[in-house]
Design a binder for this molecule. Structure first.
Ligand code: SF4
Ligand code: SF4
Length: 180
């Protein structure tokens, strides 16, 4: 998906989710941080390494591991469910990745108040006018920065194997989440 419009500073937008299958049903394109992975594994009730083997794809991009949600046979997110009326829902809603929480908003910078709104989402333009959820956006930015800080330190500065570094980073993320 991606008909992005930049939102001006302080600009409000209308959004009410229609529970269609567009965003979660169009391919395994959601990247997840080490913090997302720890929360999701806990929700599913398995260890984080088993969670990654079963539900995520890990690719190496210039030695940096990138994790994304897997798709099912139809290319839909593995956690997408349908109720008896055919409406979609997320099977791990409370622990869904930060990227999913913010959609149809997308972060375009790690600071400042510039955001993008995906106008391809059919829920955009519907419902009450609302402000972007800045607290959640800030939390996501902090987690993205921390995710890369940890991986960069382990892989670039300490010279660790990328997949060993990912394992170590997940343990650190779990500890950091438990402290907060
Ligand atoms: S966020 Fe938008 S694309 Fe996703 S289910 Fe809701 S209405 Fe559909
Ligand atoms: S984790 Fe949930 S919200 Fe995110 S893409 Fe999958 S089904 Fe959708």
């Amino acid at each position: 998906m991606g008909k992005l419009r930049l939102l001006g500073a302080q600009e409000k937008f209308r959004f009410s989710c229609e529970r269609c299958d567009l965003c979660c049903g169009t391919g395994p394109n959601v990247s997840v941080t080490i913090f997302d992975a720890v929360r999701m594994a806990k929700k599913v009730g398995v260890g984080v390494e088993e969670f990654i083997r079963t539900y995520l794809k890990v690719i190496l991009a210039d030695m940096i591991p990138v994790m994304t949600l897997q798709g099912d046979m139809k290319g839909r997110c593995v956690f997408l469910g349908f109720d008896h009326e055919g409406k979609t829902y997320c099977k791990i809603y409370e622990a869904r990745p930060m990227k999913c929480r913010l959609y149809p908003l997308k972060i375009v910078k790690l600071s400042g108040n510039l955001l993008a709104l995906d106008e391809e989402c059919p829920g955009v333009g519907k419902g009450e006018e609302t402000q972007p959820p800045w607290e959640e956006i800030e939390n996501y930015r902090k987690e993205i920065k921390r995710h890369y800080e940890i991986l960069m330190r382990l892989i670039i500065h300490e010279g660790k194997d990328p997949l060993d570094a990912l394992r170590e980073a997940l343990i650190l993320a779990k500890d950091e989440l438990e402290k907060h």
